[in-house]
Design a protein around this ligand. Structure first.
Ligand SMILES: C[S@@+](CC[C@H](N)C(=O)[O-])C[C@H]1O[C@@H](n2cnc3c(N)ncnc32)[C@H](O)[C@@H]1O
Length: 311
């Protein structure tokens, strides 16, 4: 059975994002089209939704789901980092709203067969874009112990990073680590049982760190945030949902710098005539899902949504 993704804070996203029903909007992480479908329903027949993703199989599902709105939707396989190039290619200068729903989808975790989850036994791939990049298996079988330790700490604050890194290096000398279950079991037996977290699998953090590394998730967010303000019309909005503190920190930091008039994150010399556009944060603290939503969709519990407007 294919698991679709249950979109998070849908009503809130739509009401922040869609300011003009006839506008042009971007869903930079269309996934299986949960938010996209609602955006299509909300915009006018002459409104437009440009959808990007790098995961072909998710996009196939989104295409099917959004087919009733064919005339206003365009689905393009491209990273949101290259949104500026995509817009240029299709003859659009600026848009009325950009939405990013970061992280991994339920479809990818449960139905993609690419080893995102430690629950299943699948090839340890973890690439969202199967057309490029290094798989998680290639990464763990070739990385140095020091780098692996740094990666586990840096991308997931795994306190057992050193021990896990050492065990992985020892294990791969017996033979390559190739499946999600193989890695999950290894970590389960490496972290002393009395220190296993009560509410999650002991391999959760390792899987998160590897996924972030394989897909260059933080670099992508930072690179995108540098360009985002220039792609919005005045009054246009950027809506971002993050699922862990490393993602959210980048978004928060960018919002703060934009309010001061800086381009994020590069400190370029600013002259009056080249001064970058300013954005204003509309959600000072970030919005969280209601308890009612968390009860229905427990995966939404870590979500935080931030919105900024081009001024
Ligand atoms: C949380 S899911 C989005 C779910 C979507 N909002 C829905 O309702 O179905 C995140 C999506 O972002 C995609 N993604 C990750 N990195 C990306 C990138 N650099 N460019 C475009 N899409 C990306 C993933 O492939 C995944 O489908």
């Amino acid at each position: 059975m294919i698991i679709s993704h249950q979109p998070v804070m849908v009503d809130e996203v739509i009401s922040w994002l869609v300011t003009i029903p006839e506008g042009i909007y971007v869903d930079g992480t269309i996934g299986t089209g949960g938010h996209g479908l609602e955006i299509c329903r909300r915009i006018a027949p002459n409104g437009r939704l440009i959808c990007l993703d790098i995961d072909r199989s998710s996009m196939r599902l989104a295409k099917e789901r959004l087919s009733p709105f064919e005339e206003k939707v365009q689905i393009i396989k491209e990273s949101y980092v290259n949104l500026d190039k995509v817009l240029k290619r299709i003859g659009i200068d600026q848009v009325n709203g950009i939405f990013l729903d970061l992280g991994v989808s339920s479809y990818q975790l449960e139905s993609s067969g690419r080893g995102f989850s430690f629950i299943k036994d699948e090839p340890l791939d973890m690439r969202m874009d199967e057309d490029r990049g290094v798989t998680a298996s290639e990464l763990v079988n070739n990385i140095s112990m020091e780098r692996l330790q740094r990666l586990l700490w840096g991308y997931a604050q795994e306190r057992w990073a050193k021990l896990i890194a050492r065990t992985i290096i020892e294990e791969r000398q017996k033979g390559p680590i190739e499946t999600s279950r193989q890695l999950a079991r290894l970590i389960e037996t490496t972290i002393p049982a009395k220190h296993h977290p009560r509410k999650r699998h002991p391999a959760t953090k390792t899987f998160q760190a590897l996924r972030i590394a394989v897909n260059r998730e933080l670099k992508n967010i930072a690179d995108f945030l540098e360009k985002a303000p220039l792609l919005l019309v005045k009054g246009g909005r950027l809506v971002v949902i993050s699922y862990h503190s490393l993602e959210d920190r980048l978004v928060k930091q960018a919002f703060r710098l934009w309010e001061k008039g800086d381009i994020y994150p590069r400190k370029l010399p600013v002259f009056p005539d080249t001064r970058p556009p300013l954005m204003k944060a509309l959600t000072k603290k970030g919005h969280r899902p209601t308890q009612a939503e968390i009860n229905v969709n427990p995966r939404s519990r870590s979500a935080i949504m931030r919105v900024a407007e081009r001024i």
